[in-house]
Write a protein of this length. Structure first.
Length: 494
């Protein structure tokens, strides 16, 4: 399969004309209410039940000995049991801290973080597994594919916990409601509340630790649009980050969505989740309606099984291979010089993403050179985005649909995606793209479905693929909030 994720050398373009086109498309979609058009599911008056954990087995967890008791003291308490918390715990064990002196606290029902919650059909990572999955060298694990699927990633989280001896040190279904440092005892006092499931009262306890580590991550608070009348919808509805297999059929391991036969299904959003879930929904439902305000930028993924011989003789042949590969990946993604190219994929071709991430060799920025800096990035980025739009024309047969699927914005404006089946899905006769740019999104909902001005689309099932709480609040005056960092003495997580 060809790789058309962008050329290495930029082409000369009309920066002004392209910028005007981008601005025109932006103004068609941009809303005055910005981030306030959304609400977090947990805080929603009508939709909060959609934030409940559909995967937890309360009976099994209630029968187990809990990792923390009221009044217990341990050396380290880590908030978060995703990759951040797991890696922190693993490195502590490597440094000599005993696993029995570590606890990981998480509101989820197990290890995994965002990979615990995101179990929608088609879920996978679009970063190469050899660099995305941590501690492969330490655990000796070989990923099954170039890009790992969600169940494998969640299993790797559990593998790391077992390897380092803290698999039974997770205090799950538990929120930390207060954290306070005591100067006299030199200990953290942590108030917690554990959800024991329906029919059980919440358990409240206080634990104490010498160290308190914040590894609570970012992609874990799903949000929903404040669509007028959404609570009146009489069909079935759920958020993609709390996928309800009781509605769709199937399971995280067996993703055959048999209960969608004969159904009209709608998915709201075309972000990374939707890119992966839409092909699966299209296969299962009678009619699929994809509600799109801003099209996704979707390059080739080129998925393939891991070649064991290549893995053993080339990728993992020498000690320290994963750190070396990670470093190479970071340099290539930022468009910085690298002695070798260990991989060729969409991310490493995407040199202008450094406009979002920054780069170590960036020149000192002054007011006089801002315009040139921006124009340089636009010139470098334009060929990549043009290849993305050309791919749409090559794959999608209906011209009107193809035009609506083309991304007219800079790469760094919306998280890019990489997928082999997404665009092809729009050639299916049962898949309908509902372009909401003209109304700047959904304007309302009815008991039967969704509204775009005068148009109503009737649905049996509605999937909210509307993402998560933003990584940072740029309007917050706290410098810690701007960088998503807690500054002791200036800000407090509780």
């Amino acid at each position: 399969m060809p790789n058309s994720n962008g050329p290495d050398q930029p082409e000369k373009i009309d920066v002004k004309a392209l910028s005007n086109k981008y601005l025109e498309e932006k103004e068609r979609r941009e809303r005055a209410d910005a981030l306030t058009q959304y609400e977090e599911l947990e805080e929603s008056e009508h939709l909060s039940s959609l934030a409940d954990d559909p995967f937890v087995d309360h009976d099994v967890l209630n029968a187990q000995q809990q990792a923390l008791e009221d009044g217990q003291q341990v050396q380290v308490i880590i908030l978060g049991a995703g990759f951040g918390g797991i890696l922190f715990a693993a490195r502590l064990v490597e440094a000599g801290v005993k696993p029995e002196d570590i606890r990981l606290v998480d509101v989820a029902g197990g290890f995994g973080g965002t990979w615990y919650w995101n179990r929608y059909p088609g879920v996978m990572c679009d970063t190469e597994a050899s660099v995305y999955l941590p501690l492969l060298e330490e655990t000796g694990y070989m990923p099954k594919h170039k890009y790992s699927y969600g169940e494998e990633i969640r299993g790797h989280c559990e593998r790391i916990a077992t390897h380092y001896g803290f698999a039974d040190k997770g205090m799950f279904r538990t929120a930390i409601t207060r954290a306070e440092w005591n100067d006299e005892t030199r200990r953290w006092s942590l108030d917690m509340e554990q959800n024991r499931g329906p029919g059980h009262e919440k358990v409240r306890l206080t634990a104490y630790s010498q160290f308190f580590c914040l590894c609570n991550g970012v992609l874990n608070h799903p949000k929903a649009p404040k669509v007028p009348g959404l609570e009146s919808f009489k069909g079935q509805m759920f958020h993609a980050a709390r996928w309800n297999y009781n509605i769709t059929g199937g399971s995280p391991a067996e993703q055959r969505l048999t209960r969608l036969r004969g159904k009209k299904v709608g998915i709201l959003g075309t972000g990374p989740t939707a890119i992966q879930a839409i092909p699966k929904l299209a296969e299962a439902s009678d009619e699929l309606y994809v509600f799109q305000r801003t099209p996704a930028s979707v390059g080739y993924r080129n998925q393939q099984p891991t070649d064991q011989a290549e893995w053993e003789t080339q990728i993992t042949a020498k000690p320290g291979w994963q750190l070396e590969r990670l470093t190479n990946f970071a340099l290539l993604c930022q468009g910085e010089p690298a002695d070798e190219r260990f991989m060729t994929d969409g991310w490493t071709k995407l040199k202008t993403f450094s406009a979002f991430t920054g780069r170590s060799d960036a020149p000192v920025m002054t007011k006089d050179c801002v315009e040139k800096h921006i124009n340089d990035y636009i010139e470098q980025d334009a060929p990549f985005q043009e290849r993305i739009r050309e791919r749409v024309d090559k794959v999608v047969r209906d011209r009107r649909t193809a035009e609506a699927l083309k991304p007219w914005y800079h790469t760094w404006c919306k998280r890019p995606g990489f997928h082999d089946e997404y665009l092809e899905t729009f050639n299916r006769p049962n898949v309908h793209l509902v372009d909401t740019a003209g109304t700047k999104g959904i304007t309302g909902a009815s008991p039967k479905g969704l509204l775009m001005g005068e148009r109503e689309v009737e649905l049996d099932v509605l999937v909210l693929g509307t993402g998560f709480r933003p990584l940072v609040n740029l309007l917050d005056p706290d410098p810690g909030a701007k960088s998503n960092t807690v500054i002791i003495g200036m800000s407090n997580p509780f």
